[in-house]
Design a protein around this ligand. Structure first.
Ligand code: HEM
Length: 346
């Protein structure tokens, strides 16, 4: 398959599902109540139930062993310096590690990749662009969601106005340009394009990887289009959103505009898809035993809850049992032969 063919077959994976969504959204006899009330409620319900049940499923999974993934010195003897963040042994150490992971993607920052350069030469280095694009996308997404709170609240909380003001700090254009609108498009485009142009990433990419990015990009682009070009009735949109959130749904008297319903429909698609997709990493990260456990294996004895009756075999008993072979192997022992086996030396 040549490069051009690969490019189109990759695009097909995104364009076909998106085209189906567009066709559904513009079917003749378009019904505002269907797209403005029924589908949003169904999507919201599926999202809530799906999200909670997946989290409950993970929370109920047994974790009989302490298995934190670590890459720093474990807490051990007092004179050996341990790493509080990379190998936390306390609750607060875990909180600190999680905080840096969730808000700054610390492990992705240290992620490395191997590649072949002319020569051929094997080069091994960091991949900071992936980290920067990932972080830029997630932060922009969060800020855009916070800004959207203005549609669901009356009066609008102060922090929402603050975030809105901060995001449009440079006061460029009318309506004022929000920086996150540019950043999120750039970040999502990079995350998408890298899956298309880098052979190794393309090889491990699944249709689901392209679909999630394509859907997010479509939501963002429809939002931007209706803010700057195809205007919609924002007052009507707020009336509809307030009705939905207060469980007293109703359509505004004047039409809001097709672009709004299209934007909302894409958001509903995301809500329906979310609980069954890799996007669940948003909740899953907090339940990952390789991240949320303190590594205190050398400080505390952890009894396997599946087998609490297991017979204890202390180090003293172990040394007593294997005293001779350990001694023959020149291993340091805590007791002399006479101390370990007094009955045999009397
Ligand atoms: C995943 C959720 C959503 C994302 C990522 C998203 C994204 C965006 C973006 C990027 C814009 C461009 C302008 C801006 O940044 O404010 C926008 C505008 C807009 N969005 Fe959303 N949106 C989402 C959900 C919703 C929902 C649930 C509603 C329903 C009320 C909505 C209604 C609107 C409206 C009315 C605009 C036009 C704003 C204006 O003209 O200032 N969005 N959206």
């Amino acid at each position: 398959m040549d490069g051009k063919q690969t490019f189109f077959s990759t695009w097909k994976r995104v364009l076909i599902p998106l085209a189906i969504l567009v066709i559904i959204a513009v079917i003749p006899g378009f019904n505002a109540a269907m797209f403005g009330i029924v589908i949003p409620y169904v999507a919201g319900l599926v999202f809530l139930i799906g999200f909670i049940s997946r989290i409950m499923g993970w929370a109920k999974s047994p974790v009989p062993f302490r298995i934190p993934a670590t890459c720093g010195q474990q807490k051990t003897l007092p004179w050996i310096k341990n790493d509080h963040l990379d190998n936390p042994h306390t609750f607060w150490g875990v909180v600190g590690r999680m905080f840096l992971e969730v808000f700054f993607f610390r492990t992705l920052f240290r992620n490395t990749q191997a590649g072949l350069k002319d020569g051929p030469k094997l080069v091994y280095g960091g991949n900071k662009l992936l980290w920067a694009a990932g972080l830029a996308f997630h932060w922009s997404f969060l800020i855009i969601l916070i800004r959207h709170v203005r549609f669901f609240t009356e009066p609008v909380p102060g922090f929402v106005n603050f975030v809105q003001g901060f995001d449009s700090l440079f006061q460029i254009g009318v309506p004022v340009l929000c920086l996150t609108d540019i950043v999120i498009v750039a970040a999502l485009s990079y995350l998408f394009i890298r899956r298309v142009i880098f052979a190794q990433v393309r090889f491990i990419s699944l249709p689901a990887d392209y679909f999630a990015l394509g859907l997010l990009l479509a939501i963002v682009l429809t939002g931007i289009v209706m803010k700057y070009w195809i205007k919609v009735d924002n007052v009507g949109a707020k009336e509809l959103a307030l009705g939905l959130i207060t469980l007293s749904p109703g359509l505004p008297k004047d039409p809001i505009g097709f672009m709004f319903y299209f934007h909302l429909f894409l958001v509903c698609t995301l809500l329906l898809y979310f609980p069954f997709s890799k996007l669940m990493h948003m909740g899953g990260i907090f339940l990952s035993p390789t991240r949320n456990m303190a590594n205190n294996n050398r400080m505390r004895r952890h009894v396997n809850p599946w087998n609490p009756e297991v017979k204890l075999h202390t180090y003293e008993e172990y040394e007593e049992e294997f005293h001779d072979v350990m001694s023959a192997a020149g291993m340091p022992l805590e007791k002399t032969y006479a101390e370990a086996k007094p009955s045999e030396t009397e």
